[in-house]
Design a protein around this ligand. Sequence first.
Ligand SMILES: [Zn+2]
Length: 279
Amino acid sequence: MKNKNDSFILGFTGVLIFFYLISCAGVTDSKGGGGEDKPQTVSDKFEPKTFLYDSTKKYIYLTFDDGPQHGTVTCFELCKEEKIKSSFFMVGLHTMQKSDGRKIVSMIREGYPQTLLANHSFTHANGKYVYFYQHPQMAGQDFFRAQDTLHVPYKIIRLPGNRSWVREGEVKATNLVRSVAELLDSAGYNVIGWDVEWHFNHKNARPVQTPEKLAAEVDSAFARNDTHSPNHLVILSHDRMFQRPGDADSLLKFIRILKQNPQYVFETVDHYPGLKKLR
Ligand SMILES: [Zn+2]
């Protein structure tokens, strides 16, 4: 049986061990990690894990292109509040042009696994798609530059203004972009297209379809099996469409309509089937 003295010694030893561990953690932190006590780093977070699909579900990949721009933070916060996963294909140049650009890109990257940062080129072809795709080496460098400067975690790209797909054993591309798609394929990249697009008015960036209409398009594409991969559907939208509160409400409404279907699961595009090694 323990006496009071033993309890005091045990307690005191416990306190000493506690302070010793705290001080070790402090040392590790100040060195920025290293050794066995290394805290979780960005690279650990993005260590790819096996993803198991549920055959009773239908997977929806909500994607936002061209950020960071007005609307990106709204999309991010809205998806977070609704607890749904989404992917952001971001542009290097837009990051440099916006005073809070880098911060927004970090927020999306660190938001993983809820949000995924993916590569949408450095210059967005400067809006000159034909010239861009006719110069595959230059275009390739543009994507590699975005990958490095934005610290994109996975080799996942969406081509500006183009719906191509590059996955394991697949290059689906129009003649214009074929050379670029093949170059990216050789460099180990995946390219993600889309199945359903939420169109926008090119004068004011406002969404064209109502949330109800777009949700019906999603239901119909699944029902007709009209998706690039059966039971998986990629939605293309753009951050800037949702910069006005009324249009952000449309996004919210759209998400809530889809969430009513218990079969639907929102995922990030790194879990799209058939992708090559992600890193
Ligand atoms: Zn774009």
